[in-house]
Design a protein around this ligand. Structure first.
Ligand SMILES: [Zn+2]
Length: 346
């Protein structure tokens, strides 16, 4: 065995990277990031049965156009939490990403349900309370090896709880996500329903599983005007997704902006991300219903939200914190580069 001299730390610390559709990129290169956007949200089973006019080529071309338009505004990264239950298909998404190579698209693994697990999982080890859930291995494989036999690796884990509350299916997925996180270090995004304070339930389960709240983003926190509740979650360490700008039917624009401005005023800029939860294609509603949401698109945050926050006194430094630093910190897996990445500023 040859003797090796001690190396300076700087040469042994790998540059932190984040996985995207087209491969790993340096975390420092993520730049302006929308932390919660979709490209295609589909219901493949229903589309196979009922949709007669799906044109894959046109859908891909349309998505490329929308994403190029977004990239032209200065956004360099989107985080896409489309998983099982939302019609994730990396084969189609790669066709889009290859045509917009200067926009990073960060993708997830996980299961999206408000109630039961997808039937595929119903009898797969579900009856064993402490047995290994096959979901965990599938999530880990997506993170370590790639999704759908592509080279694209998932960078984070996604699950959901909504107004239906903590059903057994919701809890099963949340625990599977927690265990895949502990195995891989990949961060977690939980779709939450702040109106029913589901964050408290998420915190209880994730604490039981041993998950550090600073690795978890609570999506849709921005649907609430309860700033004390949100501040409490932020104090616990959670990152708050103020991520549905444009979904004015759930909470109007002025109120969404006011909540973010108030939390910035109270020193919580380091605990928030800004996004829209928009998509190029979203098959849950008829086009005329979507037409009633004219601001629900990729460009709303930079075009309308940031100027409105500025009007309310939010400083440029805080905009950068919410749009650049926080998504990067959350996405950068500490175990891969031996640092916390949490600057603690709030
Ligand atoms: Zn979403």
């Amino acid at each position: 065995m040859t003797e090796t001299l001690p190396q300076p730390a700087s040469t042994t610390t790998p540059v932190p990277t984040v996985e995207t559709v087209l491969g790993p990129v340096a975390a420092d290169a993520l730049g302006t990031t929308l932390a919660h956007e979709h490209v295609f949200v589909r219901t493949p089973d229903s589309q196979t049965n009922w949709v007669r006019d799906w044109d894959d080529e046109a859908q891909v071309a349309g998505a490329v156009e929308r994403l190029r338009e977004l990239r032209a505004t200065g956004v360099t990264t989107i985080v896409d939490p489309t998983v099982d239950g939302l019609g994730r298909d990396l084969v189609r998404l790669r066709l889009v990403a290859e045509q917009v190579p200067d926009l990073n698209i960060v993708v997830a693994t996980g299961v999206y349900t408000y109630t039961d697990v997808p039937h595929y999982f119903t009898y797969r080890a579900a009856a064993l309370p402490d047995g290994p859930d096959p979901m965990v291995d599938l999530f880990v494989r997506d993170i370590r090896e790639g999704i759908q036999d592509t080279d694209t690796k998932a960078a984070f884990l996604k699950c959901a709880i909504d107004e239906h509350g903590p059903t057994p299916g919701v809890e099963r997925v949340l625990r599977a996500v927690a265990r895949a996180h502990l195995t891989t270090g990949a961060p977690i995004m939980v779709h939450t329903h702040p109106g029913t304070r589901s964050g408290a339930y998420v915190h209880r389960v994730l604490t039981e599983e041993g998950v550090d709240p600073t690795r978890v983003q609570l999506a849709h926190s921005g649907d609430s005007t309860d700033t004390d509740h949100l501040a409490e979650l932020a104090d616990t360490g959670y990152l708050l997704g103020m991520d549905r700008f444009g979904l004015d039917v759930i909470l109007p624009f002025a109120e969404r902006v006011a909540v973010v401005a108030e939390l910035c005023r109270r020193g919580y800029a380091a605990s928030m991300t800004l996004s829209q939860d928009a998509a190029c294609h979203f098959d849950w509603a008829d086009p005329d219903l979507l037409a009633a949401l004219p601001n629900w698109h990729y460009l709303h945050v930079l075009r309308d939200v940031v100027p409105a926050l500025r009007e309310l006194g939010v400083e440029e430094r805080d905009m950068t914190t919410m749009l650049v630093d926080n998504p990067r910190r959350w996405l950068t897996t500490p175990s891969l580069h031996h640092r916390t990445g949490h600057d603690g500023r709030r």
